[in-house]
Design a protein around this ligand. Structure first.
Ligand code: CP
Length: 301
């Protein structure tokens, strides 16, 4: 039994094994209708709780579908509908859920909530996003990059925009998978200091993307940012929009990623999102395949 809490908390060997299994399972499903169970139904008789304290489309649907394809069952729980949202402690919630389900995935605000859930649960816990990190997304992103361009080790990845929770998981992945990560964004939105040493900074986005194999961005106002900050952030980040001019300075075969949901023509133009470099919908699909392998890893199945 193993938690999947963050990319830097999982060994390099296990991360690589997860990606290999994800690719194998994806390949084995080729040509099958989406609802068809995977051979052997590895999660048969397993019950998975999916807890959401924040909105979600991709994480919710891809985990739910993934469990069902593997023969297991899910219950999707909204934090506000649970006693968790009305004063019951995380520790008590974790102990109780562990009596009913075999695996817990939680999307929450504070990282501390995730860590307490993992500490007190006696079943594996998966991080479905916190204000600090989003490891399942980045496992899907690496699967996507390697499908298109081969091993990511030694490649140049450039993040343009806000140094947010998705960037943090890219930084952890740079350390584990051995790629070069450059952050380009305004100083007030720099990544948290705990990530220092895992990436380089280049304030000029046009210079930053030179030689890039992959250009990534994300929404300028994350779910945990106050909406009152919207105008200020747009002013700070406008110069870091990923558009055709920026992509023209990257390698000619560079890829473009965005974890979605996007605000089209803010952080990235529709021309880039729908253009020849973009693999955004492959990323979204690969959430399904990567997370299926993560769940099998956690359950030892
Ligand atoms: N990328 C991502 O996590 O999407 P959702 O917020 O829709 O789950």
């Amino acid at each position: 039994m193993t938690d999947f809490l963050d990319i830097h908390k999982t060994s390099k060997t296990d991360l690589r094994a997860i990606l290999t299994q994800a690719a194998d399972m994806k390949e084995a499903r080729k040509g099958l209708p989406k609802g068809t169970p995977d051979a052997g139904e590895p999660l048969k008789n397993q019950m998975v709780a999916l807890i959401f304290e924040k909105p979600s489309t991709r994480t919710r649907v891809s985990f739910d579908v993934g469990v069902r394809q593997m023969g297991g069952q899910t219950m999707v729980l909204s934090g506000s509908d649970m006693q968790l949202g009305h004063g019951e402690t995380i520790a008590d919630t974790a102990r109780v859920l562990s009596r009913y389900v075999d695996l817990i995935m939680i999307r929450t605000f504070e990282e501390q909530t995730l860590l307490e859930m993992a500490e007190y649960a006696t079943v594996p816990v998966i991080n479905g996003l916190t204000d600090r990190t989003h490891p399942c997304q980045i496992m899907a992103d690496i699967l996507t990059f390697e499908e298109h361009r081969g091993p990511i080790a030694g490649k140049k990845v450039v993040w343009s925009g806000d140094g947010n929770n998705v960037f943090a998981s890219f930084a952890h992945a740079a350390g584990q998978f051995g790629f070069d990560l450059t952050f380009t964004g305004p100083e007030p939105l720099d990544p948290e200091p705990a990530l220092d040493g895992l990436y380089n900074i280049e304030r000029d986005p046009q210079k930053a993307v030179q030689g890039a194999d992959l250009v990534v961005t994300d929404t300028w106002v994350s779910m945990h940012d106050p909406q009152s900050a919207r105008e200020r952030r747009h002013n700070q980040l406008r110069g870091y929009q990923v558009n055709d001019e920026l992509m023209a300075n990257a390698k000619s075969d560079s890829l473009f990623m965005h974890c979605l949901p996007a605000h089209r023509d803010d952080e990235a133009t529709s021309a880039v999102m729908d253009g020849p470099h973009s693999v955004i919908f492959d990323e979204a699909e690969n959430r399904l395949h990567a997370q299926k392998a993560i769940m099998r890893h956690c359950l030892g199945l």
